[in-house]
Design a protein around this ligand. Structure first.
Ligand SMILES: Nc1ncnc2c1ncn2[C@@H]1O[C@H](COP(=O)(O)OP(=O)(O)OP(=O)(O)O)[C@@H](O)[C@H]1O
Ligand SMILES: [Mg+2]
Length: 273
């Protein structure tokens, strides 16, 4: 049985300025610190080691451009690391897996399908068409898109598209859920509602392992069991903290307030503390 445990083992990612990640074999004969290996190569992630247990809810924070999306793409199998590997349940990730769902920062709804069809596609395990329709309606309502079910993605606003994408990810009930700033285009109230929904999902699917990239520190404090703060490139794990406070959390609690100050400190923000 799948355990959904993720091991990020010494992962380094170098991008060529022209585009794709540098192939491992192009390293032969070069120095270990890739930043100096050539002008056209940039090290984004450098020797990242993280172990994520089954059912953990991990938030990843860090400055823009530090490699958070790259890290998620490596775990998802969209980007091959230049060195090191990602192992899920002991098996190296070499390509995307159907049981792992990625909510992209830039959106990935199928433009030729309506919003309901996009969500229905995620309900692979539901065979009965009537049940499928009911479930799709449930998830649409959950994100407030019940009146947009027959529209195509291009007909929706950015925030509505993102809500549809979140509904599709939740409907899939995946083993591993990789979310890249999933709430960034949403209004404040919808964000709050979806935070609650994420917690509900985590309770309902205790074996689903969630990695959640965000720039919103309170969102991370409210949701996750563990916080990872990345340094600037060549990025490494700068700080890793477990949050034991039970849900629902009161963000004014002393433990969480202290942690917030700690995060600001690590991100180099001194005025907000
Ligand atoms: N395909 C690519 N080719 C070359 N460079 C890339 C590629 N993808 C990302 N980069 C570079 O890698 C660095 C990290 O990008 P990434 O998107 O992972 O950052 P991020 O932490 O997710 O940033 P943000 O918070 O702004 O989303 C950036 O400097 C970016 O320009
Ligand atoms: Mg990003």
């Amino acid at each position: 049985m799948s355990e959904n445990k993720i091991l990020i083992d010494n992962v380094t990612v170098e991008y060529r300025n022209g585009g794709s990640p540098r192939k491992p074999w192009s390293l032969f004969g070069k120095g270990r610190n890739c930043g100096s290996a050539g002008d056209d190569v940039r090290t984004v992630l450098h020797d990242i080691n993280i172990e994520i247990k089954t059912g953990e809810f991990v938030s990843v924070l860090g400055h823009s451009g530090c490699g958070k999306s790259t890290l998620l793409k490596v775990i998802a199998g969209f980007v091959r690391p230049t060195r090191g590997a990602v192992l899920i349940d002991g098996k190296e990730v070499t390509k995307p897996q159907p049981d792992h769902v990625f909510v992209f920062q830039e959106g990935s709804l199928f433009p030729w399908l309506t919003i309901r069809e996009n969500i229905s596609l995620a309900l692979r395990s539901v065979k009965d068409p009537r049940e499928k329709e009911e479930k799709a309606a449930y998830y649409l309502e959950l994100v407030g898109l019940e009146n947009s079910h027959s529209q195509y993605p291009y007909m929706l606003s950015g925030g509505m598209r993102q809500r549809a994408e979140i509904a599709r990810a939740i409907a899939a009930q995946p083993d591993i859920l990789l979310m890249d700033e999933p709430f960034s285009a949403l209004d404040y109230l919808t964000r709050l509602n979806l935070r609650e929904e994420m917690l509900y999902l985590h309770v309902m699917l205790p074996k689903t392992t969630i990695l959640f990239v965000t720039h919103d520190i309170d969102e991370a404090l409210q949701l996750c069991n563990r916080l990872i703060i990345m340094s600037d490139p060549p990025s490494q794990v700068k700080c890793c903290r477990t949050i034991k406070a039970p849900h629902p959390r009161n963000l004014t609690d002393i433990e969480l307030s202290d942690l917030r100050s700690h995060i600001y400190y690590h991100l180099g923000v001194h005025t907000a503390v």
